[in-house]
Design a protein around this ligand. Structure first.
Ligand code: ADP
Ligand code: MG
Length: 322
């Protein structure tokens, strides 16, 4: 798609060599337009964090292309990545591990500002502005991370990401480590910042309800592959892939007594070192047929802005619960 801020094509990451590498990410393609929020949802181990890291080149891909603003970064040399890191930033899952405990917040945010080369007085002023932007008193910039709550630390992580005035934020489960009571506050903040700064985001979560709330479009990941991708309201109202249907059926929002996903689907998630042939979801799919073992289903255009990777032309509206 022309004009895309981020364009990922055939992205693949295998960990370890030999006959059985961990196939963490397999042939993943998607695009994010300027100002757009794409949600990446999937169970633990489905490859979400790996995709986030590949996009920022915190990891080198095994294969595939990552274009940011038209520039290829999958193979770019280190000096070119500096420019990328001014335009794309990460917000990490764990606000305890991701802030250096020995630095004052002023210096944590200040480090990120150094790329801008501000004069000293202006730098302190800017750190205060960033604190206030994320809902923290500027006066608290002299404190250390341990003097803040989990939610406040995540706000500091967000302020640090905003310091370079990025166009894209990769937010990897930004509220998963927080108390439920503060999750909504941090999500609200991220929505406000998105609107205020026109930020694009790759918003990673294992929670379909959170992704639906936060995102324009959703990509559903299973064993490193995209099962379905499309507008959030279409994917969640009329899921077309059996795996998306199962995720939705297990959502407590749809039904407070919904059975857990592990009870909705038969068997366990296969090892990414030995994924099933053909459709990787087929061993847990209620509709699997022999043909599903033959070929990897390509993403098919459903004609409503969404694409899905399933060879079946139609499905019952809900998967059977075992
Ligand atoms: P998610 O974020 O969806 O939980 P990850 O991207 O963290 O998934 O992991 C995907 C798969 O890759 C998992 O099987 C995980 O164990 C494996 N993996 C992730 N990082 C590494 C690594 N550095 N070395 C080996 N395997 C890894
Ligand atoms: Mg992860």
């Amino acid at each position: 798609m022309s004009g895309a801020l981020l364009e990922v094509r055939g992205l693949t990451k295998h960990f370890g060599g030999g006959a059985h590498p961990v196939r963490a990410v397999e042939d993943v393609s998607f695009a994010i337009q300027p100002g757009e929020v794409l949600g990446l949802v999937g169970e633990s181990g489905s490859g979400k964090s790996t995709i986030g890291r590949l996009i920022l080149r915190l990891l080198d891909p095994t294969a595939g292309s990552v274009r940011f603003g038209g520039d290829e970064i999958a193979t770019a040399p280190e000096r070119k990545l500096k420019a990328l890191r001014r335009r794309a930033q990460m917000v990490f899952q764990d606000p305890f591990a991701s802030l250096n405990p020995r630095l004052r917040v002023r210096d944590i945010i200040g480090e990120a500002l150094d790329a801008h080369g501000l004069a000293r007085g202006r730098r302190t002023e800017r750190i205060g502005e960033l604190m206030e932007t994320v809902g923290l008193p500027a006066a608290h910039m002299t404190r250390y991370p341990h003097e803040f709550s989990g939610g406040q630390r995540q706000r500091i992580g967000i302020a640090r990401a905003l310091a370079v005035e990025p166009e894209l934020i990769v937010a990897d489960e930004p509220v998963s480590a927080l108390d439920v009571s503060v999750q909504a506050q941090v999500l609200n903040l991220m929505q406000d910042l998105r609107a205020r700064f026109g930020l694009a985001m790759l918003f990673i979560s294992h929670d379909l309800d959170v992704v639906e709330l936060m995102c324009d479009r959703i990509a559903v990941l299973y064993l490193g592959r995209v099962m379905e991708i499309g507008p959030a309201e279409i994917v969640t109202a009329r899921p077309r892939h059996p795996y998306t249907q199962a995720l939705l059926a297990a959502s407590p929002k749809a039904d407070p007594d919904a059975p857990k996903l592990s009870r909705t689907l038969k068997g366990d998630i296969p090892s990414p070192m030995a994924p099933p042939s053909g459709c990787v979801f087929r061993t847990r799919c209620p509709y699997a047929m022999p043909a599903c073992a033959e070929v990897v289903p390509p993403l098919r255009d459903a004609g409503d802005g969404r694409a899905y990777a399933c060879i079946l032309d139609s499905l019952p509206s809900r998967p059977e619960v075992a």
